[in-house]
Design a protein around this ligand. Structure first.
Ligand code: NAD
Ligand code: LMR
Length: 340
């Protein structure tokens, strides 16, 4: 057990005995918007297990009283409250340090993430308008798809409200990293708990660009064909789950895990823990695109530093060029919608 605990990094809170009280930790309120959904419920559960959280606010348009009552019985640090409907959104948000947003409809087989735009863009715009009013300083973890567009929508809403802080707005791309790590470890036969793989770009199809040349630890050498196949599987990971669920939604459990890992990293950053680095889709200048996912150092103010791409292979350079036009049009679509 000691070896496992030593080895574990960002996901360590999932392994720790987390039901000790954490008097030494600062008070931190986390709000989940969409908390009664397929992602929201297991994510709420995982946040309830996180000893860095002192208050957990669970908001949805329906069913949150039951979810909150259920989760509130777990004997961990945070106090849990459920909020339902527009009139309780302000109370759910007030005083939040981190707001996680998995609100919105998921894909069915045959759909792209962009097909969700018409419904989810409006949901995100409404929720971000309330965030600007009730917790303008919170760190935002955007999960709702299409992330490539919902993050620019959020930025525009916050700009209009005069509350935009580029350091505090994150598109959650952790599931791409989680998948890349799992698929890489399975292929090169290394311990998955030791694996790191940066994933850059965005969060849809070819805009998801795993950098397997930078994966650690190095195992058996990967052929070009194997790297191409690993890249494609990572890019199509969401579709793999959508098809397997056959109309019953998209990834929820692995996403809840990924969302909990990323929120934990944000909380650690806010609390001043050094060297917290995760990939995330943020406002960026490392390419000519205004939003881009890459490694980001997290700190007391959110983004401390957007890290560069490092050395890319020709295959990765080509992948970067190929993704730019799709990512740019998704960003532009979000900006246009928010300003319409
Ligand atoms: P779901 O339908 O199971 O749950 C969504 C929840 O959002 C529902 O409970 C619904 O009532 C709620 N909701 C709708 N409108 C709302 C509003 N205005 N305010 C608050 N809550 C509202 O869907 P899901 O499977 O949990 O997926 C949610 C979203 O997350 C989808 O857009 C999906 O595509 C996305 N997603 C993103 C990633 C990622 O990697 N970023 C991964 C998986 C899913
Ligand atoms: C995922 O990557 O699993 C999510 O973005 C959901 C989806 O629609 O694929």
């Amino acid at each position: 057990l000691a070896t496992i605990l030593k080895r574990s990094t960002t996901s360590s809170f999932l392994l720790r005995r987390s039901y000790h009280s954490s008097e030494s930790q600062p008070e931190r309120k986390v709000t989940v918007l969409g908390a009664a959904g397929g992602i929201g419920q297991p994510l709420a559960l995982l946040m309830k297990l996180n000893p860095l959280v002192s208050k957990l606010a669970l908001y949805d348009i329906a069913a949150t009283p039951g979810v909150a009552a259920d989760i509130s019985h777990i004997n961990t640090r945070s106090l849990v409250n459920g909020y339902m409907g527009d009139e309780q959104l302000g109370e759910a948000l007030e005083g939040s340090d981190v707001v996680i947003i998995p609100a919105g409809v998921p894909r069915k087989p045959g759909m792209t993430r962009d097909d969700l735009f018409n419904i989810n863009a409006g949901i995100v715009k409404g929720l971000c308008t309330a965030i600007a009013k009730y917790c303008p300083n919170a760190v935002i973890n955007m999960i709702s798809n299409p992330v490539n567009s919902t993050v620019p929508i959020a930025a525009e809403v916050f700009k209009k409200a005069g509350t935009y802080d580029k350091k505090k707005l994150f598109g959650v791309t952790t599931l791409d990293v989680v998948r890349a790590k799992t698929f890489y470890a399975g292929k090169v036969k290394v311990n998955v708990a030791d694996v790191d793989v940066p994933v850059v770009g965005g969060h849809a199809g070819i805009t998801i660009l795993p950098l397997f040349s930078q994966a650690t630890p190095k195992g058996s050498n990967l052929s070009d064909e194997e790297i191409t196949a690993l890249t494609k599987r990572t890019q199509d990971g969401g579709t793999e789950v959508v098809n397997a669920k056959a109309g019953k939604g998209s990834a929820t459990l692995s996403m809840a895990y990924a969302g909990a890992v990323f929120a934990d990293a944000c909380l650690k950053g806010l609390n001043g823990v050094p060297d917290i680095v995760e990939c995330s889709y943020v406002q960026s200048t490392i390419t000519d695109l205004p939003f881009f996912a890459s490694k980001v150092r997290l700190g007391k103010n959110g983004v401390e530093e957007v890290l560069g791409l490092g050395n890319l292979t020709d295959f990765e350079k080509q992948g970067l060029e190929n993704l730019k036009s799709e990512l740019k049009s998704s960003i532009d679509k979000g900006i246009e919608f928010a300003n319409a």
